[in-house]
Design a protein around this ligand. Structure first.
Ligand code: 5GP
Length: 186
């Protein structure tokens, strides 16, 4: 199972999505696992592409039906990894990349202990704040919550030993190359 499942985690604003989108197209055998969430879509986000947007009731039903590999409450919303997609993709011999928060990763590892953990860090807390503020769709309250949580998430991730790789996203090209090197391992 080694090098078949890749879990990317980052505090929001670390640039993980841009990085993933840039690199994943170079790997036709890697599929992105679309998470379910109760968060409202941001401008430009499409249901079934960026997330499966769910009501709280729908999400709780997924938990009850044991349809999620793991789930967690992040910044006041639920996020979870659908089970069927991972199983079907692995059965086809393809690989999967996930976006899972640092606490969710601990639960994910209980199911798939061999998954490769990749932690994406912003270059500094000032840069993180700048990036979060430039995402105009989030309210001041949401930005504050995300900033507060970012520090806790980063501390937890650095100390829990769940990440084989750490990428500091100060330069997109350089970070993309690092991610590419990790995904090339088979
Ligand atoms: P955002 O709302 O910025 O898209 O994502 C917020 C956080 O939710 C990020 O830290 C992201 O890694 C996390 N996240 C996204 N999908 C999942 C998931 O399926 N499970 C868990 N545990 N966290 C997720």
């Amino acid at each position: 199972m080694k090098n078949r499942l890749f879990v990317m985690s980052a505090a929001s604003g670390a640039g993980k999505t841009t990085l993933k989108d840039k690199v994943i197209q170079k790997f036709p055998d890697i599929r992105y696992s679309i998470s379910a969430t109760t968060r409202a879509p941001r401008a430009g986000e499409v249901d079934g592409v960026h997330y499966f947007f769910k009501t709280k009731e729908e999400f709780l039903k997924m938990i009850e039906d044991d349809a999620l590999v793991e789930w967690n409450e992040v910044h006041g919303n639920f996020y979870g990894t659908p089970k069927s997609f991972v199983e079907e993709t692995l059965a086809k011999g393809e690989r999967v990349i996930f976006d899972i928060d640092v606490f969710g990763k601990v639960n994910f590892d209980k199911v798939y202990p061999d998954a490769t953990g990749i932690l994406i860090l912003p270059p500094s807390s000032e840069e993180l704040e700048r990036r979060l503020r430039s995402r105009a769709s989030d309210s001041e309250e949401v930005i504050k919550l995300r900033l507060e949580n970012a520090e806790k998430e980063i501390d937890f991730a650095k100390n829990n030993g769940k990440y084989e790789y750490v990428i500091i996203n100060d330069d997109l090209e350089k970070a993309a190359k690092e991610l590419e090197n990790i995904l090339t391992l088979k």
